[in-house]
Design a protein around this ligand. Structure first.
Ligand SMILES: CC(C)(COP(=O)(O)OP(=O)(O)OC[C@H]1O[C@@H](n2cnc3c(N)ncnc32)[C@H](O)[C@@H]1OP(=O)(O)O)[C@@H](O)C(=O)NCCC(=O)NCCS
Length: 158
């Protein structure tokens, strides 16, 4: 994994890759989320030779259908360029998001995933919450969640 470098980035830097990999038919504004402007949010970029090839974001947000409203972090738009998939970049980005939630006293992380990414989150230890929600544009959206492991509570991302 040393060939890749993970750094904190601004949401604006993440948006072009978000759009290209997740919503290519939509304008850039479609991936400008209100939560991007939450000062607690974290946006990460994976770089290869100085080029951004992966992104992931996380911010506090209660999970739909759960009564818990504190310590709950949403992980959003984990996306890796096609030529860089299958090398552990997505896993690393996801783990760093979970680690950040942990440093902020997060106890649960959750996300929504399309069919194509569902297996990734399951492989990463996430469990499904309820039936999928049908999105007219993107198809079934699965909600998945995972406990934040206590082991990672000592991690710190500057
Ligand atoms: C999902 C995605 C982020 C995975 O990134 P990646 O860098 O290829 O993932 P990794 O190489 O870190 O894979 C980690 C593990 O998950 C597995 N995995 C990756 N994608 C998988 C998938 N779609 N289904 C099942 N398992 C998957 C890998 O085989 C690997 O398992 P291993 O540890 O046993 O080898 C990437 O495919 C992607 O950008 N998809 C399009 C965007 C998207 O849909 N994102 C999710 C929306 S939040």
């Amino acid at each position: 994994m040393s060939e890749y470098d993970i750094q904190r980035i601004d949401a604006a830097e993440a948006r072009p890759l978000r759009r290209a990999l997740l919503r290519p038919a939509q304008p850039l504004a479609a991936v400008d989320y209100a939560a991007d402007h939450d000062p607690a949010s974290l946006h990460l970029g994976a770089f290869k030779d100085g080029v951004l090839v992966g992104v992931a974001s996380t911010h506090p947000q209660p999970m739909p259908g759960s009564h818990r409203d504190t310590g709950v972090w949403r992980i959003r738009d984990v996306a890796v360029e096609h030529g860089h998939r299958g090398r552990g970049v997505g896993a690393w980005l996801l783990e760093r998001c979970i680690a950040h939630a942990s440093t902020q006293q997060g106890s649960v992380v959750w996300c929504t995933a399309r069919v194509g990414a569902y297996g990734f989150f399951v492989r990463m230890g996430f469990a499904r919450s309820g039936p999928p929600i049908e999105d007219p544009e993107e198809g079934p959206q699965y909600t998945l969640y995972a406990d934040v492991p206590p082991l990672e509570r000592s991690w710190k991302i500057s």
